[in-house]
Design a protein. Sequence first.
Length: 84
Amino acid sequence: MPIVVKLDDMLHDRRMTLTDLADRVGMTLANLSILKTGKARAVRFSTLDAICEALACQPGDILRFETEQSERLPPPAARKQKAS
């Protein structure tokens, strides 16, 4: 799936557990776990808003778009070094 959820990274950076976030956002631990593992098929803007408020972050800090091609290619810096 081209959308990658980076919620685990944000929780680690904020030294917060998923249980803490669930309490602050008012969601069940199970639903947040589904989102964190990337198994969610959709996310409501109100949920994203609550998560961003609780973590003091932007939606782009939690979600990233990756094309299938970018997943196969090495980072641009590595491609430049190879070409040299």
